[in-house]
Write a protein that binds this ligand. Structure first.
Ligand SMILES: [Zn+2]
Length: 404
């Protein structure tokens, strides 16, 4: 590492440590703004006003409702994304708190809804933009910082809308800021919801021979799904899975044999299988049963701005090679700041990287403060020390990536 770069890392560390109270205050205020999925408007307005206050060069809220801010205008384009929405609070009594939106600080850990997923990360990437501006670290890079919406319901779909609504933003590299206990993430499995419709013929149960019971016809299909284990194994992500998660049927009364049954399956994807390949795979389970159809679930969701998004329930996997230059730039940045190599591993859940890397093919990495196993629970919390380290990492990363 050059002496000059080393000095910049020390500047960043000192700056972030000096901003401790402001960073904590920002996160407490951010948590206090309820932003359950499809109701992120107030949180997005808060974020946009803070980006402006922090001296970002440009701040936009796109028609879908995502907030995007820019720092710098150099050659190498980075996009940092974290989502502004949270899951519901549930019953405050389960938290042992009066109000999970009024976060508490115990032993330097901030606890409240969204602390670990994903407002700590969003606070981190926003302060990284501020640090770059205030320390004059703008180099040959452009950093876009996005607070995206609706990740908890349709991961990937709102960042897809964001890229469509902001066609001038063409990132060379993406960082998905979701909790990872400050480990470097280079992939995760994808998922799909597959719906299999089994036709039948309704008839009175007292004269079943007049009909064709769709539920009974569905049984061998479910047994074949259950027995199937012929998944290609990815050396990093492991094997895919398929599980039957629901069966519905169309029947007008409980003394009628049903005229249609619908089997829903959760398919975990580890080797980049396309939607067509997944449908061909399940097709083998019913090739001897006429009229059965399989499809990937689709829905239209409406964001808080009234924007409609067609969301397909297919979220591809993504993997970056450990020796990829971008992943190695992340590792060098981490080592430069903290004096040792980071752990490089994978997430067990799906993030917006499914769209940005899995579909769009942009090189990605993941990094964020807080224990990712606490997401959505009542122990939703982030240690302040990890949060400050993450701000340092986010602020320093462009200095390494611009050299690629
Ligand atoms: Zn999240």
């Amino acid at each position: 590492m050059s002496g000059n770069l080393d000095e910049k890392l020390q500047m960043i560390s000192a700056y972030v440590d000096g901003k401790r109270d402001e960073i904590v205050q920002f996160l407490l205020e951010f948590i206090s703004i309820n932003s359950v999925t499809y109701n992120e408007g107030e949180a997005i307005r808060f974020l946009a006003s803070k980006m402006r206050e922090f001296g970002f060069d440009e701040v936009r809220v796109d028609p879908a409702g995502n907030c995007v801010g820019r720092v710098g205008h150099g050659r190498c384009v980075l996009l940092y994304d974290a989502h502004a929405d949270t899951v519901e609070i549930g019953d405050p009594a389960d938290w042992g708190m009066d109000d999970p939106l009024k976060a508490e600080i115990v032993d330097d850990v901030i606890r409240g809804r969204g602390a670990v997923d994903d407002k700590g990360c969003l606070t981190g990437i926003t302060f990284a933009g501020r640090a770059i501006k205030e320390l004059g670290l703008e180099g040959d890079f452009t950093l876009w910082v996005s607070g995206s919406i609706s990740e908890e319901d349709v991961e990937g779909s709102c960042v897809k809308a964001m890229m469509e609504e902001n066609p001038d933003i063409k990132p060379d590299y993406v960082l998905v800021a979701e909790s990872s206990t400050n480990r470097l993430m280079r992939g995760h499995k994808g998922r799909a919801l597959i719906r299999i419709t089994v036709p039948g013929k309704a008839a009175h149960a007292s004269a079943a021979w007049r009909g064709d019971n769709a539920l009974i016809k569905a049984i061998p299909i479910m047994q074949r799904i259950d027995a199937f284990n012929d998944f290609v194994e990815d050396p990093f992500l492991g094997r895919g899975t398929i599980e039957v998660t629901k069966i519905d049927c169309k029947t007008p009364s409980l003394n009628t044999i049903p005229g249609e049954a619908v089997i829903t399956c959760d398919r975990r994807i580890s080797c980049g299988e396309t939607a067509e390949e997944l449908l061909a795979e399940v097709g083998a389970f019913f090739e001897d049963i006429p009229g059965v159809k399989a499809e990937i679930d689709e829905e239209t969701v409406t964001t808080y701005t009234g924007y409609k998004i067609r969301a397909v329930d297919y979220f591809p996997s993504w993997v970056m090679a450990e020796d990829d230059p971008y992943i190695q730039a992340g590792a060098a940045c981490f080592e430069g700041l903290f004096g040792h190599r980071p752990e490089i591993t994978k997430w067990d859940f799906c993030t917006n990287a499914t769209q940005l890397c899995g579909r769009a093919g942009i090189p990605a990495m993941g990094y964020g403060p807080g224990d990712e196993t606490l997401c959505h629970g009542t122990q939703d919390k982030v240690p302040i020390g990890e949060l400050l380290d993450a701000v340092k990492f986010y602020a320093a990363l462009p200095l390494f990536v611009e050299q690629l």
